[in-house]
Ligand binder design. Structure first.
Ligand code: ATP
Ligand code: MG
Ligand code: MG
Ligand code: MG
Length: 482
């Protein structure tokens, strides 16, 4: 089954259960001071759960564009390094607003995965909330019993609050959840170690695919919980992970969601994917980030120096930097992927194809500007080299390496590489020490998190520090990487 079929099958399955299809909300959240980007399918339904609005239909399904690069959900550092966390991804979901509850949610998720998509039953694990004494919360035996109608008992695992209890924020709707995980390791490895030991353990082949949240409580301001009069279902399944499981691949990037883009980057770079880990990471970063950047621009957020625009600029620069360092892209190249992007996603998300030329132009300008910054950094490095030669020095100090990084966007590995070519070296420990100082400064000023909703502070310069940060000081663009 190709990715498009997998997506439409999900929607059609829930439509056949009387769910109304709701188009994806924009990735950029405009009217919520506590959330910058949509990070879950339920965001656009928040007011239904809070009881502030009444839905047109009590059952909904969709595929939501999500971005997890800030706040509670910040996966940026993982992206490209692992093969199942993306910056932008699609979250497939089904919802009940005071309509059906656990029994149907559980039965349908299982039927869809095992009978429609035909995922191997023996590879699936299910988790259930184990309870929390402090909160006076019981084990979710209701869910456990319902699961036993579909799954062997030994495939049902108990999990604590971190993985199996969802809260919107400090107050408001919340409840236990059940997640479905899949073990995609080769048979021999499974024989050696059972999959149940690896669920929620960051094993790259034992991954979480679907989260079913049973919203049944309301958290009061004093911390106590009360039963909600109307109970809700909120589910989210990572589309790219589902495709990988169905297509039986060892990486999301080996599915047809990404392979056409990987082929385009390979061709442009004259390098092969799958031979050198550093090159692979760079390619994955690019094919991941181009989606986040393009979809966000399509939803009206241009790269800029503050807030959401600032986050996008950093993601774009991260991609340019990886391309420059590992793939030899010294001229703008990301924008060239736009036709492919609109070809592959245009049907589901027409906002990208409708603005293809505009998006490409914005990206081109950003790339060109940043590549100039990189060039200036190279000139500065020449100066440094000359100064050092005069003083008879051989090692670039941590402070100077950090200045290159901070002011010119030179990551340490790039500085080291160029230094090596010039026959000198870099004090990497000294650089790390400078970086730690910087991180401490950032952390002190970092955002306050309240849950799935993030408190957006005043200082745009430091608040969304994930993998790297960018800030403007007297017209010099500063770029850092952690
Ligand atoms: P993980 O533990 O793998 O980080 P999560 O528990 O943070 O996932 P949820 O908040 O439960 O994820 O989101 C619902 C589903 O969305 C997950 O089960 C997963 O399939 C998918 N998902 C979450 N984060 C990402 C991401 N960064 N990239 C791709 N898919 C994701
Ligand atoms: Mg996560
Ligand atoms: Mg998880
Ligand atoms: Mg989860």
């Amino acid at each position: 089954m190709d990715a498009k079929r997998i997506r439409s099958t999900f929607i059609e399955y829930f439509q056949s259960k009387q769910h109304q299809f709701v188009p994806s909300a924009p990735i950029v959240v405009k009217n919520d001071p506590t959330l910058m980007f949509t990070n879950a399918g339920m965001n656009q339904f928040k007011d239904y759960f809070l009881g502030n609005e009444t839905p047109a239909s009590t059952r909904a399904t969709n595929s939501q564009k999500c971005l997890r690069v800030s706040g509670k959900h910040n996966d940026l550092e993982e992206v490209g390094v692992d093969t199942y966390h993306h910056t932008m991804f699609e979250m497939l979901g089904n919802w009940s607003f005071g309509d059906y509850f656990k029994k149907e949610a559980i039965a349908w998720s299982w039927e869809l995965l095992t009978e429609v998509y035909k995922l191997p039953v023996d590879r699936l694990y299910v988790t259930v909330f184990e309870g929390d004494k402090g909160d006076g919360l019981e084990r979710d035996m209701e869910a456990f019993d319902m699961w036993t109608e579909h799954v062997d008992k030994e495939k049902i695992l108990f999990g604590d609050k971190t993985d199996n209890f969802w809260e919107m924020g400090d107050v408001g709707p919340c409840g236990p959840c059940s997640e479905i995980h899949i073990d995609l390791r080769p048979e021999a490895e499974i024989m050696a170690q059972p999959g149940k030991d690896l669920v929620n353990a960051d094993h790259p082949q034992v991954i979480e695919v679907w989260n079913l949240v049973f919203i049944q409580f309301n958290r009061q301001a004093n911390g106590s919980l009360s039963e909600l009069p109307a109970k809700h279902i909120d589910t989210g399944m990572g589309f790219e992970r589902l495709v990988r499981a169905i297509q039986n691949k060892t990486s999301n990037y080996d599915t047809d969601v990404f392979t056409p883009f990987i082929a385009a980057v390979e061709k442009k770079a004259g390098k092969k994917y799958g031979e050198d880990e550093k090159i692979d990471i760079a390619i994955r970063v690019i094919v991941d980030h181009i989606r986040a950047i393009s979809f966000t621009i399509a939803d009206g957020q241009l790269p800029s120096n503050n807030k959401a625009g600032y986050v996008i600029r950093r993601i774009l620069r991260r991609a340019v930097r990886y391309g420059y360092t590992f793939l030899g892209f010294h001229e703008p190249f990301l924008h060239e992927l736009l036709p492919l992007l609109s070809e592959h996603f245009g049907e589901m998300f027409p906002e990208v194809s409708a603005q293809e030329d505009f998006i490409a132009k914005v990206i081109y300008e950003e790339e060109a500007a940043f590549l100039r910054t990189l060039d200036n950094g190279l000139k500065r490095l020449d100066q440094i080299k000359a100064d050092m030669a005069n003083k008879g020095e051989q090692v670039i100090s941590g402070k100077v390496a950090f200045e290159l990084y901070d002011t010119f966007g030179f990551p340490l590995d790039l500085t080291s590489l160029i230094a090596r070519e010039k026959g000198i070296s870099v004090d990497e420990k000294g650089f790390d020490a400078e970086m730690t100082k910087q991180k401490n400064r950032s952390r002190a000023a970092a955002e306050q998190e309240t849950g799935d909703w993030v408190q957006v502070g005043e200082d745009a310069g430091v608040q969304f520090v994930g993998y790297d940060s960018l800030e403007t000081t007297s017209n010099i663009i500063k770029y850092r990487e952690i």
